[in-house]
Design a binder for this molecule. Structure first.
Ligand code: 5GP
Ligand code: MN
Length: 342
């Protein structure tokens, strides 16, 4: 597919909802800030997933092709791109948090509902002259100076595509790969309720650039080191079902036995949540610092986004998370009280 230039200018890609909450004036303001900046510092949330990193790198490619100097980062203490995202192009744009501009002229954040979710580079938000926030979390705090925020978008990648389109960029293979990774990650391969006609339309535009969707799917979901099976077995061995809540946990000791990095256990929630008897699924994952990163999923009745917000985290209605420094039992206990299933 070679999009006609006129077509691209006159008909921006659809985002999902009939009426976008992002006004034309807000898009204009974002485009003006980008036009006026020589150097742009990009950021996405800690422990980046395909949507966070994919949206950021795709936008980075478009900005670079406009002649901008671009750096991107995420504020993890142990800065490493998760193995399953290493196939994404554009990683030469990335710098570790310690090399990230402390007070950027223009900063752009991706898939992060708050400055805090940027981890170590979060403080650059307050010090930056301007901050364009590209996000689709309903729990977005309204941080930054320009908000390209639409909770109706199935993925931040949809907003990134819209932005790239408005910048006059073309969907080349690199940009399409990054955007596709974001789109399929956040829609769960078009299985989640967030999947709109606009999400499928975007997929069609991306696939038309010649993407090997089979290879991308394999990188994202269908491979892991052997140790993953052992750690998964340990997690499944202690899974519990109580009153429509299914839950388990993975410790850093489990992972250390097989040298498995934290990012490798992020997908366990997708196995646990299949439980027919449960409405809500929870997986507690101990990170390298000893904190519990808690993933929660709902089949639709319970609003885990609201529950996680009450636990100091956030996310979406059916997929959300929070961080806990309490024990597994205390964390599950507190969560169950909120859920009303004590
Ligand atoms: P996951 O369980 O896949 O890590 O995250 C599911 C959703 O919840 C994502 O949208 C993610 O951004 C959000 N989320 C996960 N952990 C946290 C957290 O600690 N704080 C906030 N605000 N959101 C989180
Ligand atoms: Mn997202």
């Amino acid at each position: 597919m070679t999009p006609d230039v006129r077509d691209r200018v006159e008909r921006p890609p659809r985002l999902g909802a009939a009426v976008s909450p992002i006004s034309e004036a807000t898009w204009e303001r974002a485009l003006d800030l980008i036009a006026g900046a020589d150097e742009i510092a990009l950021a996405c949330h800690v422990s980046p997933d395909g949507d966070a990193l994919g949206s950021m790198l795709a936008t980075g490619f478009a900005l670079r092709s406009m002649g901008k100097r671009v750096v991107g980062s995420f504020g993890d203490r142990h800065f490493a791109v998760p193995r399953l995202l290493r196939f994404l192009p554009g990683q030469d744009m990335l710098v570790p948090p310690e090399d990230y501009p402390a007070a950027p002229e223009l900063m752009m954040t991706f898939d992060s509902p708050s400055a805090e979710r940027l981890g170590l580079i979060g403080p650059s938000v307050a010090a930056a002259r301007e901050v364009i926030v590209v996000d689709h979390h309903r729990s977005n705090t309204g941080f930054g100076t320009v908000g390209l925020v639409d909770p109706g978008a199935a993925a931040t990648a949809m907003l990134a595509e819209q932005l790239i389109h408005r910048l006059g960029g073309t969907l080349d293979r690199d940009i399409a790969t990054c955007l596709y990774a974001g789109l399929v990650t956040d829609t769960g391969s078009f299985r989640h309720s967030s999947t709109t006609p606009a999400a499928h339309e975007m997929a069609a535009r991306l696939v038309a650039t010649g993407l090997r969707t089979d290879e991308i799917a394999r990188e994202l979901w269908d491979r892991s080191p052997f140790g993953y099976l052992k750690v998964l077995a340990a997690a499944l061995d202690r899974v519990e079902l109580c009153d429509e809540l299914v839950w388990t946990y993975v410790t850093r000791v489990d992972r250390a036995a097989y040298g498995l990095p934290y990012s490798e256990v992020e997908g366990i929630i997708d196995i646990v949540r299949r439980t027919d008897e449960a409405e809500v699924a929870v997986v507690l994952k101990e990170d390298d610092e000893g904190a519990w990163q808690v993933s929660t999923r709902s089949k639709g009745t319970a609003d885990v986004g609201a529950l996680c917000a009450a636990m100091g985290g956030g996310g979406h209605r059916n997929a959300a998370g929070f961080t806990s420094h309490e024990s597994v039992d205390d964390t599950i206990g507190a969560f169950r009280r909120l859920l009303g299933k004590v």
